[in-house]
Design a protein around this ligand. Structure first.
Ligand SMILES: Cc1cc2nc3c(=O)[nH]c(=O)nc-3n(C[C@H](O)[C@H](O)[C@H](O)COP(=O)(O)OP(=O)(O)OC[C@H]3O[C@@H](n4cnc5c(N)ncnc54)[C@H](O)[C@@H]3O)c2cc1C
Length: 432
């Protein structure tokens, strides 16, 4: 009977270490330094490197990877328990070597890369020496990748890439890009697109502008509008074979989505703790906010929703460990992806509300959390598309009913039951 909600004591000790380490050593970095992806920031890197060494000493470096790639092969459940602590801080994933988008890019390089590609691009990424970018979405199409038009054409022993990409996160700090492009427009998009590794210094790679999310100054965000003009890469920079972009994207995005959800739990708990602290601290004429039933409702609803979400994430992580195949857990990951922005928004909004004007001010984190919740509703595919995936997968398990009445039709069920027990019922009547 392997059904357990306990964490094994050895790993719990590690988590306890992480909890203290992140609060005391890592969270302060968020207030002092810029982007963890900017490896040229020598002051920040001088602080970062010793912290990364402490993580390595605890055997917690790159915990999303197997031992062959320098991780510990902990699996997704343990990774979830770790990420729900790391998600407190923007810097923590970089301190622990599991930051998006590098983690997902490392996964696909490990999965599909040649030995040469691994040596040149994967190893420095795993070492935390460089940053990378995943460049898939286009300005005119995102949710439906079959509409992408960025084109790669073979010319001798090179590929020539032309097109535009949109919201390519961390492009400004990336040493290389993974770019999705049409290689054969005459077949289905599912077979006609390929992935390429494009070094950042390649002529023709241009950041048109760095787009920010709401709250960031215009032109100073981390999500690049990219233009690729006659960008030439050697043929060995094709990743995972011609026509395989969709398969590679699914491998990458499945993991990415669940890892975002794990980190979101940390933000939910942060908002919840602040909500409760405020409830017991702020006084009204009749007592603290905590004594008011509408405050109590906010606290109760938030706790239940966080616990429900966390269980869904952990169960999905457990399924990934069990099946070791994201395809088999597609509907579960879709469900997590749909649930995430709603619980994040609702909990952050309640915490914000209880803080009054202070809550909505830029002196508290709630505005950022509300934005982040909306990001979760869009990034890696919008909620609607994941609802469609979930419902389609669920409905596949059902067959149309034969005949006029649904299988739950009570008179039909009753008649069948009476027929099954006809002997007994006749006997009862006879006795009467
Ligand atoms: C913070 C952030 C970081 C990102 N980072 C990256 C990155 O690093 N690399 C990258 O390539 N991309 C990245 N993206 C892009 C992201 O993957 C896309 O924004 C997403 O796939 C949606 O595409 P879109 O914005 O073009 O929306 P659209 O495709 O235009 O969709 C807009 C809206 O239309 C509706 N809609 C669309 N399709 C359907 C449907 N089938 N059924 C019902 N309604 C539908 C939904 O409401 C949807 O939100 C990032 C996005 C964000 C917000």
């Amino acid at each position: 009977m392997a059904w357990d909600f306990e964490t094994d004591p050895d790993f719990q000790r590690k988590l306890d270490w992480v909890d203290t380490f992140v609060r005391e050593e890592v969270e302060p970095l968020d207030f002092v330094f810029g982007s963890p992806y900017d490896k040229s920031d020598e002051r920040a890197m001088a602080v970062l490197r010793p912290l990364q060494q402490k993580v390595k000493d605890q055997d917690l470096w790159a915990a999303h990877l197997g031992p062959d790639l320098g991780g510990q092969g902990y699996g997704q459940v343990k990774l979830a328990l770790l990420n729900e602590l790391l998600g407190r801080s923007g810097w923590a994933p970089s301190v622990f070597g599991c930051q998006a988008p590098d983690s997902g890019n490392a996964e696909i390089l490990a999965h599909y890369g040649t030995d040469e590609q691994k040596g040149k691009y994967l190893q420095p990424l795993l070492d935390g020496a460089i940053s990378s970018c995943y460049s898939m979405t286009e300005p005119h199409a995102g949710a439906d990748p079959t509409l992408f038009t960025t084109r790669a054409v073979k010319d001798g022993n090179e590929w020539v890439i032309n097109g535009e990409k949109w919201f390519s996160s961390s492009a400004r700090y990336a040493s290389f890009f993974i770019v999705m492009a049409v290689t054969n427009p005459d077949v289905s998009a599912y077979k006609g697109m390929s992935m390429f590794i494009v070094p950042a210094e390649t002529p023709g790679v241009e950041i048109v502008r760095n787009v920010g999310v709401a709250g960031e100054p215009e032109g100073h965000g981390s999500h690049a509008y990219m233009r690729y003009t006659d960008v030439r890469v050697p043929e060995d920079h094709l990743l995972g074979g011609e026509g395989n972009a969709f398969v590679i994207a699914q491998t990458r995005l499945g993991g990415g989505r669940i890892h975002h959800a794990m980190r979101t739990i940390a933000q939910l708990r942060k908002a919840f703790d602040l909500m409760c602290e405020r409830a017991v601290s702020r006084q009204t004429r009749t007592g603290p906010l905590a004594s008011l039933q509408m405050t109590q409702e906010k606290v109760a609803d938030s706790w239940i929703e966080i616990e429900q979400f966390r269980l869904l994430v952990l169960r999905t992580a457990w399924l990934i460990d069990k099946h070791k195949d994201y395809k088999m857990v597609r509907k579960d990951i879709a469900a997590v992806k749909v649930a995430m922005p709603k619980v994040y928004h609702d909990v952050a909004q309640r915490a914000m509300q209880l803080h009054g004007a202070l809550g909505i001010s830029n002196e508290m984190p709630f505005g950022g959390m509300m934005n982040a919740a909306q990001v979760m509703a869009i990034a890696d595919g919008p909620t609607e598309v994941h609802k469609i995936t979930l419902a389609t997968q669920l409905l596949k398990q059902y067959q149309p009913v034969e005949g006029l009445w649904p299988s739950g039709h009570l008179p039909t069920l009753r008649a069948a039951a009476r027929e099954k027990f006809a002997d007994l019922l006749e006997h009862e009547v006879g006795n009467g």
